[in-house]
Design a protein around this ligand. Structure first.
Ligand code: EPU
Length: 336
């Protein structure tokens, strides 16, 4: 089924809760629908395909077509003694997918519990948390392009890296994800060494998938605001990756600086720490603020405009540049 609207409010489609309108909005719930939309030329430039809107900032009204996939369904496509292969529609709510895997005792997705958004966007963004990224379980991605070309991308062809995939590259703007395929393990494999997971698990007598999911939910609950209550887009910025020489210089100045080794040449520095050091934690500018429990999260105090979000984003970037000589880049896609 295809649902088409004119002058459509986007507030429910961006977790920052910004009021913006799309001049044309289309939702579809099957691959045949998007094929029809393409052949009947309903998708005209400019167009924008969105997911759950958990990584989007509408700076203005969108004068064009906004598309949203409601392709749902999770299906087992194969199984071996050790693994299970799954296919999920791009419009499946990401956390429902995680919960489905946990309920079936399939391992690999649990650390990604409670991340807002949908299956399609999770592949675009290569979402990650607590030492796991979507790329660790994705095997291939089915797509259709605005020109009607259908193509399956292998995991290698997706070119995944930190919060990045080939689908973010401008040349693939017209490629829409229809289904994502995953491989989960039937044998227990846990990733518990990130942050406070082990500490959080001490309240349980044993490791089970459900306990791990609950531990992740509890950790996130303390630091990250619920977008239904307080508009936000999770981490607003990406953690910057810097060369080792710059890192060593910073560490002599700030010995308590947290960091993660990326490889032999590069180190990732938590942007939340940099932002806190600049004094922005809990501080408002206009109707937006950097969250008091996690400085990487920009929250809507209520009724914020896209321009206010951009003003705070730029003010924070300037502070970090001045104090540390580091460029932090938004993880959120800003549509101007
Ligand atoms: N920190 C501070 N002050 C802050 C926030 C963090 O000093 O206000 C320090 C913490 O003390 C810690 C370090 O920064 O030493 C890292 O903090 P945290 O574990 O909260 O993780 P993060 O690097 O800030 C990343 C992801 C999150 C993900 C967490 C957990 C990015 C941009 N963000 O945040 O992902 O949940 O790790 O794995 O990589 C998201 O992308 O939307 C998101 C929430």
């Amino acid at each position: 089924m295809i649902h088409e609207y004119r002058n459509y409010p986007l507030r429910a489609h961006n977790t920052l809760g910004i009021e913006a309108m799309a001049s044309h909005f289309i939702e579809y719930d099957a691959v045949d629908d998007i094929r029809l939309l393409i052949t009947q030329k309903h998708i005209q430039t400019p167009y924008l395909h969105i997911g759950g809107g958990s990584n989007l900032l509408f700076a203005n009204n969108y004068n064009g077509t906004v598309l949203h996939s409601c392709i749902r369904g999770i299906e087992v496509t194969g199984e071996t003694k050790d693994d299970v292969f799954l296919k999920a529609g791009a419009g499946v709510i990401w956390d429902e997918f995680v919960q489905y895997c946990v309920n079936h005792e399939w391992y690999g997705a649990e650390n990604l519990s409670d991340i807002p958004g949908e299956v399609g966007a999770s592949a675009v963004q290569n979402i990650g948390a607590y030492g796991v990224e979507a790329k660790d379980i994705i095997t291939r991605v089915e797509t259709i392009s605005v020109n009607g070309v259908e193509r399956v991308f292998s995991a290698d062809e997706c070119n995944f890296s930190y919060r990045h995939s080939v689908f973010k590259e401008p040349s693939l703007k017209g490629v829409f994800i229809t289904y994502v395929h995953y491989k989960l393990s039937k044998i227990p494999v846990y990733k518990l060494d990130y942050g406070s997971i082990r500490e959080e698990l001490k309240k349980y007598s044993c490791f089970t998938l459900k306990n791990i999911r609950q531990a992740i939910l509890d950790i996130r609950n303390v630091k990250l605001p619920d977008p239904k209550v307080l508009g936000n887009a999770g981490s607003f910025f990406m953690n910057p990756i810097v060369p080792k020489d710059i890192f060593h210089h910073l560490l002599t100045l700030y010995p308590a600086m947290p960091y993660y080794e990326v490889d032999a040449e590069r180190v990732k520095i938590p942007a939340g720490w940099l932002i806190e050091q600049c004094g922005w934690k809990g501080k408002s500018l206009g109707n937006v603020r950097m969250y008091e429990k996690q400085a990487l999260v920009l929250v809507n105090n209520g009724g914020a405009s896209g321009a206010e979000v951009i003003a705070l984003c730029e003010a924070v970037r300037n502070s970090v540049r001045e104090k540390f000589n580091i460029e932090i880049k938004p993880e959120v896609k800003i549509l101007t």
